[in-house]
Design a protein around this ligand. Structure first.
Ligand SMILES: [Zn+2]
Length: 264
């Protein structure tokens, strides 16, 4: 099974190779475990704050992470993970099947199912959406289609995230922060200490109210860099139905990781 979630992770690790974050590289390494006869890439992470060995399987990507409290505990951590073989295999079996962004695919655009089709005639752009017919059209050579569709979805996601963040920013009276798009398996949105806000481009697949909530959440962090009562009060003011959005992400979030381009 091809798992699209791998790529961004590999990128994140690569970034740590240089500069001041070299120490972080030592704290993380990847190896392979045989799961159901096939080698599965496992990220081994040292975290002194962890009280015990933790094995995690990402529900959307199937990525396996083992967190160990100490370097000395590494061998124990691996043995522990091998003992959890059946559990890991069961969790990975639940991961939604990957969908390649190409003509013939079905994907949710802002929560509405769309068919991806190839157009022999030129359109207004290499990729465009017929909102009424619920079709995403792509032109050009077949081998370029996945990358073009991906670029289109990322562009659309960025425009929507920026609009929502500026909207909520205006309502809360905070200056618009720098907004970046990411593809992390662990978070849908984040707000850094430098006040940069980032969102996962995969939110383009979620219904509009989910993005609305996440934008409200991250903008509220511009006021409060914590999850205290004052923070939630600001979120509730901007977006009054956060339980609904959080529930949606909990149930459907893993499915948003299905879509991607084939890796070489
Ligand atoms: Zn938060």
């Amino acid at each position: 099974m091809s798992l699209f979630g791998r790529k961004p992770k590999a990128k994140a690790v690569k970034k740590r190779d240089g500069g001041k974050k070299a120490a972080a590289k030592d704290a993380e390494q990847s190896l392979h475990l045989a799961i159901d006869g096939a080698p599965v890439e496992v990220t081994l992470r040292l975290n002194p704050r962890a009280r015990r060995v933790i094995v995690k399987v990402h529900p959307g990507t199937g990525d396996v992470t083992i967190v160990a409290p100490s370097r000395r505990g590494l061998q124990h951590a691996l043995e522990f993970a091998r003992g959890e073989h059946d559990w890991i295999a069961r969790q990975r079996a639940r991961v939604p099947a990957a969908v390649t962004l190409a003509p013939g695919a079905k994907l949710p655009f802002r929560g509405v199912p769309h068919d991806v089709r190839h157009s022999a005639v030129r359109g207004p752009a290499p990729v465009w959406r017929d909102a009424e017919a619920h079709v995403i059209w792509v032109t050009g050579r077949a081998e370029h289609a996945p990358r073009r569709i991906l670029d289109f979805l990322k562009r659309e996601a960025r425009a929507l995230c920026e609009a929502e963040a500026l909207d909520h920013g205006a309502a809360l009276g905070v200056l618009p922060a720098r907004i970046t798009m990411r593809d992390t398996a662990s978070r849908w949105g984040s707000c850094s200490a430098t006040r940069a806000i980032s969102f996962s481009w995969r939110l383009i697949f979620a219904p509009p109210f989910v993005l609305d909530y996440l934008a409200a959440h991250e903008i509220a962090h511009r006021r409060e860099m914590n999850h205290g009562p004052r923070f939630w009060k600001a979120v509730d003011m901007l977006y009054p139905n956060r339980e609904r959005a959080e529930r949606w992400l909990k149930v459907h979030g893993p499915e948003l990781h299905r879509y991607g381009v084939e890796e070489d």
